[in-house]
Design a binder for this molecule. Structure first.
Ligand code: GDP
Ligand code: IMO
Ligand code: MG
Length: 430
C-alpha cells in the first residue's frame, strides 16, 4: 500500500501543510522526517487558521497517527506548547508518536544559533534562530542528545556534560557569553520526561508494521528542495535533508517502499532569509504578490522575498526528488494580473542555462529568461474542476506542466481546505 513523500519544490512555504491536510482523510500516518520548529505550516479549516511548527500537519485530521521521525530535531518546550494549544482547541493529540532516536534541541543551541548569526554579520544565513543548525551539527559531531537519553538521568548528564565541555569554550571564549551550567540543562530536559514517555517508541518499526498491514503513510517534509543541505543553495540552506531521500533516512522507511513523490510548487516563488534568488522582484509586482498572498513568515513573521515562478528550479526539484505528481498552489494569487512572466532558463554571462548552474557563483549571477503568458483576470477561487478554470488559467497550468516533466495533479485556488482542484488522485494509481 502506498507510501507517499511530500516535499517543497522551492525555498519553503509552498503550501505543504495544506496539501497534507487535503489528503488527510485518506491517510493513516503522517510522518515528519526532517527539520524542527523552523517549519511553519498554515492550515485553514472551516475558516479557522492553524499554524503548526513541530507537529506534522496530519495531526489535524481525526484518525491519522502523526509521527515525529528520527530525522527531526525536537524543542521540547515547543512540542508541549503546540500540543497544549491544539488540545485547547479540541484537537486530539494522543496518537502522536515520537522516535526515541530523534535529537532534542537543548537551550544552549538556541543561544549559539542566534549569536553565531550575529557574528557572521553580512555573511549571515538569516536562520530562524531556533537552534536547528547547531543541533544537527552536534548530531554529526556525535555530541547530540537524543530523546531516549532523557529516560536515563545518568546517561543524560554524561551527554550534556560532554557537549558542554566543548560548547562552553565556544560560548565563553569565542562569543564572550556566559558558560551554561549542565545541572540547569539536565533539570530542564528532565522536567518533560513524564509527559514525553507515552509518545516515545521505535517509530521505524511501527511504520514498517503499518506499511505491511496496508496502511497509507505520508512523509511530510519541512523546508524544501533548495533549502536541502546537500541539494540546495548552500550555504543558504537549512541543516537537514528536505528532499525525498531524507524521508528514508529521517523515518527509517526504506526507498524500496516509497510509491509516490508529490512536490508542492507555488505559482510564484518566495524565500525567507538570505541567499541567491534569480527571479526576485523589487517592484510593485513583488509588493502586490506579498500582500495578496499574505507572504509573511509563519514562524518568524518576516516579510517573504517574492519572485516570479522559476521553472529551472521546478525541473530541478522534479529530478532531485523523483517527483511523480506536482501540487501547484496559489494560482488564485494571479487573478488580477494582465500577464504573467515565467522563468524558463537563465542567462549566465551570455550563456543560456536550461538546468541549474553547477556553481553557486553562476547561480548568483543568473539572469532569468522569461516567457510571458496572458492572465485570466477572473476570480478562480470557486473553481473545483480543471474545466471550471478560465482558458488562460488552464493554459498556464499546461504550460508549467509541460516544462516540469511530471503531471500537475493538484491545483490550489485558495487557502481553505476546499479551495482545490484535484486533476488526478495521487493515491489511486498505486
Ligand atoms: P508550508 O510551510 O509549505 O506548509 O506553507 P505555509 O503554510 O508556510 O505558507 C503557505 C500559505 O499559503 C499558507 O498561508 C496557506 O494557507 C496558503 N495557501 C496554500 N495553498 C494556497 C492556495 O492555493 N491559494 C491561496 N490563496 N493560499 C494558499
Ligand atoms: P517550511 O517548512 C521557509 C530558512 C530560514 C533560513 C534557512 C536556515 O515552513 O517551508 P534554519 O533556522 O533552518 O537554520 O534557517 O532556512 N527556512 C525556511 N524558509 N520555510 C521554512 O519552512 C524554513 N525553514 C527554514 O529562513 O534562510
Ligand atoms: Mg511554511
Amino acid at each position: 500500500m502506498p507510501v507517499i513523500v511530500l516535499v517543497g519544490a522551492q525555498w519553503g512555504d509552498e503550501g505543504k501543510g495544506k496539501a497534507t491536510d487535503l489528503l488527510g482523510d485518506r491517510l493513516d500516518y503522517v510522518v515528519k522526517f526532517n527539520g524542527g520548529n523552523n517549519a511553519g505550516h498554515t492550515v485553514v479549516i472551516k475558516g479557522e487558521k492553524y499554524a503548526l511548527h513541530l507537529l506534522p500537519s496530519g495531526i489535524l485530521t481525526p484518525g491519522v497517527t502523526p509521527v515525529i521521525g528520527n530525522g527531526v530535531v525536537v524543542d521540547l518546550a515547543v512540542l508541549f506548547q503546540e500540543i497544549d494549544g491544539l488540545e485547547a482547541r479540541g484537537t486530539d493529540t494522543s496518537r502522536l508518536r515520537i522516535s526515541a532516536n530523534a535529537h532534542v534541541i537543548p537551550s544552549y543551541n538556541r543561544s549559539l544559533d542566534k549569536v553565531s548569526e550575529r557574528y557572521l554579520g553580512a555573511r549571515r544565513i538569516g536562520t530562524t534562530g531556533r537552534g536547528i543548525g547547531p543541533t544537527y551539527a552536534d548530531k554529526m559531531n556525535r555530541i547530540g542528545v537524543r530523546i531516549q537519553d532523557l529516560f536515563d538521568e545518568s546517561i543524560l548528564r554524561q551527554k550534556v556534560e560532554a557537549a558542554l565541555t566543548f560548547k562552553n569554550q565556544v560560548l565563553s571564549k569565542i562569543y564572550n557569553r556566559q558558560a551554561v551550567k549542565a545541572d540547569e540543562v539536565v533539570a530542564e530536559l528532565l522536567s518533560y520526561v513524564d509527559r514525553l514517555r507515552p509518545y516515545v517508541g521505535d517509530t521505524a518499526l511501527e511504520l514498517a508494521e503499518a506499511i505491511d498491514a496496508g496502511k497509507v503513510v505520508l512523509c511530510e517534509a519541512g523546508q524544501a528542495t533548495l533549502l536541502d543541505v546537500d541539494h540546495g543553495t548552500y550555504p543558504f540552506v537549512t541543516s537537514s535533508n528536505a528532499t525525498s531521500g531524507g524521508a528514508c533516512t529521517g523515518s527509517g522507511i526504506p526507498p524500496t517502499r516509497i510509491d509516490r513523490v508529490v512536490a508542492v510548487l507555488k505559482a510564484f516563488t518566495t524565500r525567507v532569509g538570505e541567499g541567491p534568488f534569480p527571479t526576485e522582484l523589487h517592484d510593485k509586482f513583488g509588493d502586490y504578490l506579498r500582500e495578496v498572498g499574505h507572504e509573511y513568515g509563519t514562524t518568524t513573521g518576516r516579510p517573504r522575498r517574492i519572485g516570479w515562478l522559476d521553472l529551472v528550479i521546478g525541473r530541478y526539484a522534479q529530478r532531485i526528488n523523483g517527483v511523480t505528481d506536482f501540487a501547484l498552489t496559489k494560482l488564485d494569487n494571479y487573478d488580477d494580473l494582465d500577464e504573467i512572466p515565467v522563468c524558463v532558463a537563465y542567462d549566465v554571462h551570455g550563456v543560456r542555462h536550461d538546468e541549474m548552474p553547477i556553481s553557486q557563483s553562476d547561480f548568483h549571477h543568473a539572469t532569468p529568461i522569461y516567457e510571458t503568458l496572458p492572465g485570466w483576470k477572473q476570480d478562480i477561487s470557486g473553481c473545483r474542476t480543471f474545466e471550471d478554470l478560465p482558458k488562460d488559467a488552464q493554459r498556464f497550468v499546461e504550460f508549467v506542466e509541460q516544462r516540469l516533466g511530471a503531471r500537475i495533479s493538484i491545483v490550489g485556488v485558495g487557502p481553505g481546505r476546499e479551495a482545490v482542484i484535484e486533476r488526478h488522485s495521487v493515491l489511486s494509481e498505486v
